[in-house]
Design a protein around this ligand. Structure first.
Ligand code: TXA
Ligand code: MG
Length: 311
């Protein structure tokens, strides 16, 4: 395929047909763009791993359009799970549960659990509905780089190898879903678009893991700006600022602001596009203004730690 295609109903129908034929599709969700295939077709799912170029297999998320599909795909759906589904679905919460025999082992990378979510993006829901099958997917980036928040940046990374790419503009949230395991005591495995505070208001205290420390492969070196950081006067450095910076600004060649008013939701939405922009600006170094670590700030900081080298 040559370029992303606007997500009209006819084009979504075409993408659904490709899913049914065992092909791969880049599709929008409210969090980031996904690379998907028919979750019940192992031969189709295996193409996802090949396209992402990650050496080993890893578990994919199954995207569903009808909440009831969880009972076909998972075992032991308990009351707590139902409470979370009722409150947060459709939306950016991935539930990890024991998988049923219907789910091919390749989807769960051999584990007996599977991550499921019902996205809220309408194009994603239409696509799953029209394909009449759940869609296994992962963020539509090449392994080790940022998740794409628009069709263009997904296409630049993996477009040559996919069968179809649906364009639905910038994603609404900009950060991946929160992943919570309900196999045992509820445990947040990845911080994301649904804040831990919101989950805790509904079901009480949960264990939250700090997330993986796998570094992303950025072109430029990123470093946190600390009170004692010295920036040379005439440096070719950039700044990723949370709010509008004051006098500090003149020290940098390029400044990207996540949210002029310091709104965490807006900062999350702008995070990947701004990092992408700075990383491609041929700077020697990029400083990051740390974000307050509460609510969405926790997920933002966990992503920033993944791009800072040598911390
Ligand atoms: O917002 C999102 O979640 C996006 C959109 C496309 O849905 N998807 C996404 O997929 O970010 P991916 O593959 O890039 O990240 C999935 C995360 C990984 O951290 C993976 O380890 C975890 O979910 N995960 C998936 N299935 C799991 C399982 N069975 N057990 C533990 N962790 C799992
Ligand atoms: Mg990913």
């Amino acid at each position: 395929m040559k370029k992303p295609i606007k997500a009209s109903l006819d084009n979504i129908k075409q993408a659904a047909k490709i899913i049914n034929q065992g092909g791969t599709v880049i599709f929008p969700t409210e969090t980031v763009y996904g690379l998907g295939a028919d979750a019940l077709n192992s031969d189709a799912v295996i193409k996802i791993f090949r396209i992402k170029q990650r050496p080993e297999f890893y578990p994919l998320i199954i995207h569903i359009q009808n909440k009831n599909d969880i009972y076909r795909l998972c075992k032991n759906v308990n009351k707590l799970t139902e409470k979370l589904m009722k409150h947060f679905w459709p939306g950016s919460l991935t539930l990890v549960l024991e998988k049923s025999d219907l789910v091919p082992d390749i989807v769960s990378a051999g584990s007996n659990t599977v991550g499921i979510r019902m996205p809220s993006n309408k194009v994603a829901l239409d696509l799953i509905h029209l394909a009449k099958t759940p869609i296994a997917g992962t963020s539509a980036n090449r392994s080790g780089y940022l998740s794409p928040t628009n069709a263009q940046s997904a296409f630049e990374q993996i477009g040559n190898e996919v069968d179809f790419c649906l364009d639905d503009g910038e994603t609404e949230k900009g950060i991946e879903s929160t992943v919570i395991s309900l196999v045992d005591e509820p445990m947040v495995l990845r911080l994301g678009s649904i804040e831990v505070e919101r989950i805790e208001r509904l079901i009480g205290k949960v264990i939250a893991l700090q997330g993986s420390t796998t570094k992303l492969k950025m072109k430029t070196k990123f470093e946190f700006l600390l009170p004692n950081t010295l920036i040379p006067k005439k440096s070719n450095a950039g700044l990723l600022a949370f709010k509008k910076p004051g006098f500090f600004k003149r020290k940098f060649k390029k400044v990207a602001v996540l949210s002029a008013k310091g709104n965490l939701m807006e900062a999350a939405k702008n995070l990947f596009p701004k990092i992408y922009e700075l990383d491609n600006a041929k700077l020697d170094k990029i400083y990051i203004d740390p974000i307050p670590e509460k609510e969405m700030g926790q997920a933002i900081m966990s992503r920033l730690r993944k791009i800072v080298q040598g911390d």
